[in-house]
Design a binder for this molecule. Sequence first.
Ligand code: GSH
Length: 335
Amino acid sequence: MSDDSTAGSAGTDGNATYGRKAFSRSKSHFADRITADGRDGWPVEAGRYRLVVSRACPWASRALIARRLLGLEDALSLAVTDPIQDDRSWRFTLDPDGRDPVLGIRYLHEAYDAREKDYPGGVSVPAIVDVPSGQLVTNDYQQITLDFTTEWSALHRTGAPDLYPEPLRAEIDEVMDGIYRDVNNGVYRTGFAHEQSEYERACHDVFRRLEQVSQRLADRRYLVGETITEADIRLFTTLVRFDAVYHGHFKCNRYKLSEDPVLWAYARDLYQTPGFGDTVDFDHIKRHYYQVHTGINPTGIVPVGPDLQGWLTPHHREQLGGRPFGDGTPPGALR
Ligand SMILES: N[C@@H](CCC(=O)N[C@@H](CS)C(=O)NCC(=O)O)C(=O)O
């Protein structure tokens, strides 16, 4: 498991470390890419790979959303871990006999071991495993979704949106960069800060960036261009967790998402878009954060709130125009 059992002691979150030093996140160790031409030895192939996620995890949720939007469900099967890790990390206790039915393993670390014996780093989701060999291929959460869009295109559904349109890539990358630093990772820097000044700086960064993003979204429906892109996926996965866990557990509490009219409407718009809200499991999210990070929540008590009804209320963002799927179509109902 990633976490410490006493308040204030050290721990990890994926390849990230927190504790006595400032929270830092290093590069993914397994960064092979699954590509159309198979240049790393892993060609895109329907049915060959298995995506392993925790529905609690924002980085894994990106992959869940992109997989749904692009219609990769048949090509890339899905394993969902228990939201609570034990001392051997992510486990398949939600499956019969506690084993993933396709990979036949009880713990995700078995796929890491199959790839590199005695790998000393953390075991993290999202992970993509090669089913025939049982080996981990990649846990590079920054690249996985981009490759779904650009490398897996032969297997996309008819009507799949372009989540990373070529002419907009520079702008998307720039927007995502600031959101990653100050929001996606910023909430972790805030939550795992070990000193008052470090906490205050990180918290300030989170809200300064949220204010900037809120201004950007006041008169445009999506972050870049007229349609949903990878940038929206990456902002959404943090926003959807904000009031449920980051506001309380990570002390990002200058205000709630639901107190910013623009961001709250933007997040509801995406939540109500097929492929976004239907991947979200608030129970997994809350139990994971509040029960696993015992260093910052020693009792493991999971709060009862917030009330989730608001997510389904009208957002009126269609008045801003925009075409969520561009020339494409929404994904079909969740299977
Ligand atoms: N793989 C990335 C990010 C993914 C990540 O941190 N995932 C978390 C869950 S949100 C995880 O699997 N942590 C492993 C652990 O807590 O043991 C990293 O290493 O920093």
